[in-house]
Write a protein that binds this ligand. Structure first.
Ligand SMILES: NC(=O)c1ccc[n+]([C@@H]2O[C@H](COP(=O)([O-])OP(=O)(O)OC[C@H]3O[C@@H](n4cnc5c(N)ncnc54)[C@H](O)[C@@H]3O)[C@@H](O)[C@H]2O)c1
Length: 365
């Protein structure tokens, strides 16, 4: 078992990483919220594998439960669906001391966290993430939200969970494509500020592909620690937390270009490499680092070019740059990039010419 603390004064909480953790979650509820109902929100795929087992432990401790199953996928991150589930919970007489458990990937986590932050002006919620992306990233840090027609995650709140319970064993049922998409975020942490971690990942790539339990526990704990440090320094993403957007300026533009019919993590994979290439073109770092990352990605079968993401797309650098310029989260007219002086040395760059961005993109056709 490994524990990581997220220190945010009165909003501090623990992340517990342990195989077969469901009974611990039920015991936590029994010991801390005995008189409250456990509202478990999950999606259909996750329910198929885990809901029976999860609920059985709440039954063992004689805690009352209510299970809500949403459709899997990004389409569930919708204000109308949040409203529908809120009405359902209000009709079932939800109380302010009831606790929401988000059992699932980032979609369930973002959806449930947002719902918990607005229902009855906010009730407690606990994350039980079941994808690699949600275990190393979205379950920690308190960003919650839903999508709009204009873009992703444009409605939401900063609302921290009261605890995060991670069971690395749940990764066994996760499709390999989803697993690898989540792995891009793992790689991102190493490239931001920990070259040693990157080299360790590279050494252990075979065990990673086979989801070796010991290695995965190590990876999840390390990433959670890194995210906890960043969130403690800058909870509301005013400056330092932006480093977590490494590769994401490119990735968001790619996702938009493909009408979001691409896995976020896959776009991040190409985005990370683009950020590295741009850093090389600006002479901030060297080709050796670019190649180290590219070779590592290839070993893991991660996408490294735009055509790997969609070979039928007519890629156009200008259009991708336009997507970056219209990014709703952009606060001034410059496109911000997270660039690298080295693997493990990321920084925020405010001024990059369009010419250099174009040159970078064209290398990935
Ligand atoms: N809040 C944040 O800080 C933050 C950070 C990054 C991403 N996100 C959000 O996270 C979402 C993506 O999350 P995701 O990649 O976890 O996707 P997801 O939640 O859609 O899960 C991916 C798929 O795997 C299935 N699944 C989940 N766990 C499984 C398991 N153990 N076994 C088998 N199938 C399983 C799901 O049903 C789904 O079909 C996006 O909406 C993104 O915006 C949020």
């Amino acid at each position: 078992m490994k524990t990581v603390k997220v220190s945010l004064k009165e909003r501090s909480y623990k992340i517990i990483i342990k195989n077969n953790i469901f009974e611990d979650v039920a015991y936590y509820h029994f010991s801390k919220h005995k008189k409250s109902r456990a509202i478990i929100i999950t999606d259909k795929n996750v329910a198929k594998y885990y809901i029976k087992n999860f609920v059985s432990f709440f039954n063992k401790y004689k805690s009352e439960t209510l299970v809500v199953v949403i459709k899997p996928g990004e389409k569930s991150k919708d204000l109308l669906i949040v409203k529908k589930i809120i009405e359902k919970l209000l009709n079932s007489n939800i109380k302010r001391n009831d606790v929401i458990y988000a059992l699932g990937g980032g979609v369930v986590g973002d959806f449930s966290g947002f719902l918990a932050s607005i229902i009855l002006r906010g009730i407690k919620f606990i994350q039980v993430p079941t994808t690699l992306l949600s275990q190393v990233d979205s379950s920690v840090g308190g960003k919650t939200g839903v999508n709009t027609k204009t873009g992703k995650n444009l409605i939401g709140s900063f609302y921290q969970p009261s605890a995060v319970f991670i069971d690395p064993n749940t990764l066994r049922s996760l499709p390999q494509k989803e697993f690898l998409a989540g792995y891009s975020e793992v790689l991102k942490y190493s490239i931001i500020n920990d070259k040693k971690f990157f080299l360790w990942l590279d050494l252990n790539y075979k065990k990673i592909i086979s989801k070796n339990s010991k290695i995965m526990t190590e990876i999840i704990a390390n990433c959670c620690k890194k995210k906890a440090i960043i969130v403690k320094k800058d909870e509301k993403e005013l400056n330092y937390r932006m480093l977590l957007n490494l590769g994401h300026t490119f990735a968001h533009a790619i996702e938009k270009e493909l009408n979001y019919k691409v896995k976020h993590g896959e776009a991040v994979s190409v985005g990370l490499l683009m950020a590295m290439k741009l850093s090389v073109l600006l002479e901030k770092t060297n080709c050796i680092n670019f190649n180290l990352i590219k070779v590592h990605m290839k070993k893991l079968n991660l996408p490294t070019t735009l055509n790997c993401l969609n070979p039928n797309q007519k890629w156009n650098a200008k259009s991708l740059i336009r997507n970056m310029q219209s990014d709703k989260k952009k606060v001034d007219k410059n496109i911000k990039f997270i660039l690298l002086n080295d693997i493990g040395k990321a920084y925020i760059e405010n001024h990059v010419s369009n010419e250099k961005i174009q040159l970078t993109i064209k290398e990935f056709f």
